[in-house]
Design a protein around this ligand. Structure first.
Ligand code: HEC
Ligand code: HEC
Length: 268
């Protein structure tokens, strides 16, 4: 990690501030705000140290999940201004928002640790997950990976599989990697495929959107939204096996896809 200058002159500060806005704009245009910095991995010691400091010094305001302050989601990588690790370091050591976030006394390994903890989405396992190139990831998503055949992003693609438009806000790098390499282990309860048979002997295969004691809402294999009363069903099976097969893409390709998915934060 690069060294941070604590005493930046006003002029330098303005320039770097300006550059970082410019960088934000560029990344925004490319549709790829990076979550963890490309090609970066953080050591598990740093992440663990960072998690302890975070809980003691930051969680009070930002919450244990990092999303308590409006417009900012620390575990999801959503910031107002910060783009690079240096920007984060500056905010954390100098404070922001006219003192509503006070300056901290963190420096060196402690500061790096908190940044690492934020960058890996508060998930210690993500330290070893390689983040590739988001632009390549997007090409894979739409091409060779065939992800677009099932998933939907910002209105494009079918509704049969989970909508991934803001997956970068809600999943850590490690969770995304698991979804690709070991889908059944990563399968969330709500995403379990279901097979229902109605009293009229119709068999419906689909994915649940919502469920309560008496009813279940789902998207069927023809992308129709169905709402069914459980009392009208003769059978209702919830599978433990993911629809996904473990991916056959290479490690580099998986890293690129993870970078692309992490950049999806529900904007636009
Ligand atoms: C006393 C409350 C408080 C504490 C403690 C606090 N923060 Fe903040 N933090 C804030 C507020 C308020 C903002 C700015 C919100 C805004 O811009 O409107 C903020 C903003 C941030 C941002 C976003 C910067 C950006 O560009 O959007 C980061 C990153 C951050 N805090 C990290 C931390 C870390 C790490 C710690 C612990 C070392 C911490 N904060 C402790 C209140 C706090
Ligand atoms: C045949 C349809 C299909 C294809 C192709 C497909 N997926 Fe999926 N995906 C699903 C379904 C259905 C789920 C819900 C879990 C399950 O059943 O595996 C899912 C789950 C996921 C999840 C987890 C979502 C969550 O909420 O955590 C991610 C991430 C994901 N897919 C990414 C991808 C990527 C990247 C590709 C391309 C390499 C891809 N998928 C290709 C159907 C598909």
């Amino acid at each position: 990690m690069t060294t941070r200058t604590q005493t930046t002159s006003l002029k330098q500060f303005r320039i770097s501030n300006c550059l970082s806005h410019f960088a934000t704009a560029l990344l925004f245009l490319a549709g790829a705000q990076s979550f963890a910095q490309e090609g970066h991995t953080y050591t598990s010691e740093a992440i663990e140290n960072g998690s302890r400091i975070y809980v003691r010094q930051c969680a009070l305001c930002h919450g244990l999940g990092g999303g308590l302050i409006a417009g900012i989601n620390l575990s999801g990588g959503r910031f107002r201004n910060a783009v690079t690790d240096d920007d984060l370091g500056r905010v954390i050591s100098q404070g922001t928002a006219e003192g509503r976030m006070p300056p901290s006394n963190l420096s060196g390994a402690d500061l790096d640790g908190v940044i690492a903890y934020i960058r890996v989405g508060f998930d210690p396992e993500s330290g070893d997950v390689r983040i590739g190139n988001a632009a390549n990831g997007r090409k894979l998503y739409e091409g060779k990976g065939e992800c677009i055949d099932c998933h939907r992003i910002k209105g494009r693609g079918p509704r049969t599989a989970p909508d991934l438009s803001d997956i970068g806000l809600t999943r850590s790098p490690a969770a995304l990697q698991r979804s690709l390499l070991d889908p059944t282990a990563a399968l969330l309860p709500i995403n379990r495929p279901v097979t229902l048979v109605t009293r009229d002997k119709e068999t419906i295969v689909g994915r649940r959107l919502n469920e309560d004691t008496y009813t279940v809402q789902l998207i069927d294999s023809e992308e129709r939204l169905r709402s069914l009363v459980k009392a009208d069903l003769v059978s209702y099976e919830i599978s433990d096996t993911a629809t996904h097969q473990p991916t056959t893409l290479s490690n580099d390709e998986v890293a690129d896809l993870i970078a692309y998915l992490l950049a999806l934060k529900g904007e636009l």
